[in-house]
Design a binder for this molecule. Structure first.
Ligand code: NIG
Ligand code: FE
Length: 411
């Protein structure tokens, strides 16, 4: 938690107006762009932000405050990556080839591949080895400007190894890490029915996770062949009763009632949402659910893209994320996600930037702390030699030159 005075910012994007509008109906003016700015943070929180020329004299003279000159760079809020499955062992490259040759994701899952093949590898690996793999993936996200990172469990599907995954998540260094329990990702072979497995999660696993404070959020894959809407509703209600926040993998492959569950239960986010129609769009837009769109997964799955324009125009709040996982999205490339949103979903650049900051902060229920640069919020930011217009423009490129969390240099 540092005290720093950040000076000589040529251009800052605070995103404060976007935050005020709760991430809805975003236009360029909502980026909060200002020239020649400075920012002061105490104990990692922003205390003052304003024109470089108006830095309060007490600050300018205080020798105890570390001054960091941006030397004319652009400053943006740190990116919030709000949907990943980055803790896993092995890969699924063969399965990717099978899908390319025409076999469906569901068919591969039925044959014991898919999530269950990653489950086998993730159950076998030691906690230490899993931590090392996961840490290097976290570092890769940070290098792209990510200061807050959500990570799901869900590749072990038993008490012992789901806890192993969550312990790994709790030990990761660098960004602010948010853990989500995704035990309800697929039915493991030890259980006959999905209902029996959900009952086990509800009665045995969720209370343990609560007691050990390993996650405060619960996710479920609502989909044909995975978990059906009505059993999911019951499970999510039980999770809420235990005090968990809930999110849903909703309507990714088929329209399965996921979006309805989100609005009915007050989920923080509905994620994927490819298959929704006008009825679901209007319900989501009128709700407080954040619509988390994951176009890199859609690219790998050769699916259609979610109806971003319709959602945005109806007034929904949208976030973007990678969905990084070994099956449907084996890439961590944020620029690619933004590019697909721009090219394939016709989102504007201000909409994309707001989705990766303010929108995603709402998806994590952290809009009071992160997502925009404002007095009282965390000093999580990135500096770049590029102009903001060059964000989400060049796939595979590193946009930031340095990244700070709570006013402290991460990289
Ligand atoms: O978000 N859809 C469910 N979960 C992941 C895929 C997980 C996997 O295939 O390993 C997703 O796409
Ligand atoms: Fe996912």
């Amino acid at each position: 938690m540092a005290n720093i005075l950040v000076t000589n910012i040529s251009e800052i994007l605070t995103l404060a107006p976007a935050n005020k509008k709760e991430g809805r109906h975003i236009a360029e003016k909502d980026l909060g762009i200002a020239a020649n700015q400075a920012m002061y943070a105490v104990n990692g929180r922003i205390e003052w932000l304003g024109p470089h020329k108006k830095i309060p004299k007490v600050l300018a003279k205080n020798k105890k405050i570390k001054e960091v000159s941006m030397k004319g760079q652009t400053v943006l809020p740190g990116f919030v990556e709000c949907h990943t499955h980055l803790v896993f062992a092995g890969h699924r490259a063969e399965e990717f080839e099978l899908r390319n040759q025409g076999m469906s994701y569901q068919e591969i899952s039925k044959r014991g591949g898919g999530i269950l093949s990653t489950m086998k590898k993730t159950r076998e690996i030691s906690e230490r080895a899993l931590l090392a793999k996961s840490q290097s993936r976290v570092d890769e996200f940070v290098s792209q400007g990510v200061t807050t990172l959500e990570i799901k469990s869900g590749y072990s599907l038993d008490l012992k190894n789901e806890i192993k995954m969550l312990k790994v998540i709790s030990k990761l260094q660098g960004p602010r890490v948010i853990a989500t329990f995704l035990g309800a990702h697929a039915k493991p072979p030890e259980f006959k029915t999905h209902t029996e497995y959900l009952r086990y999660l509800q009665d045995v696993v969720l209370p343990q996770i609560k007691k050990r404070k390993l996650a405060s959020r619960v996710d479920i894959f609502v989909e044909k062949g995975f978990f059906e809407a009505e059993q999911s509703r019951q499970y999510l209600k039980a999770a809420k009763d235990l005090g968990f926040e809930v999110v849903v993998h909703a309507d990714q492959l088929t329209l399965s009632g996921g979006a309805d569950l989100c609005t009915d239960l007050g989920a923080l986010s509905g994620d994927h949402l490819l298959q929704i129609g006008d009825r679901e769009i209007n319900k989501l837009a009128r709700s407080n659910v954040t619509c988390v769109l994951l176009p890199a997964a859609d690219l790998y799955m050769k699916c259609a893209y979610p109806p971003a324009r319709k959602l945005i125009e109806a007034g929904a709040r949208v976030a973007l994320a990678t969905d990084f996982n070994p099956g449907t999205c084996p890439t961590q490339d944020l620029p690619l996600v933004g590019l697909l949103a721009r090219l394939e979903m016709r989102m504007t650049l201000p909409e994309v930037i707001a989705a990766y900051t303010v929108g995603a902060s709402y998806a994590l229920n952290m809009s009071q702390e992160i997502g925009s640069l404002e007095v009282g919020k965390n000093a999580d930011f990135m500096c770049t030699n590029s102009s903001w217009q060059e964000a989400f423009y060049s796939a595979g490129s590193k946009f930031p030159t340095s990244i700070y969390k709570n006013g402290q240099l991460l990289r």
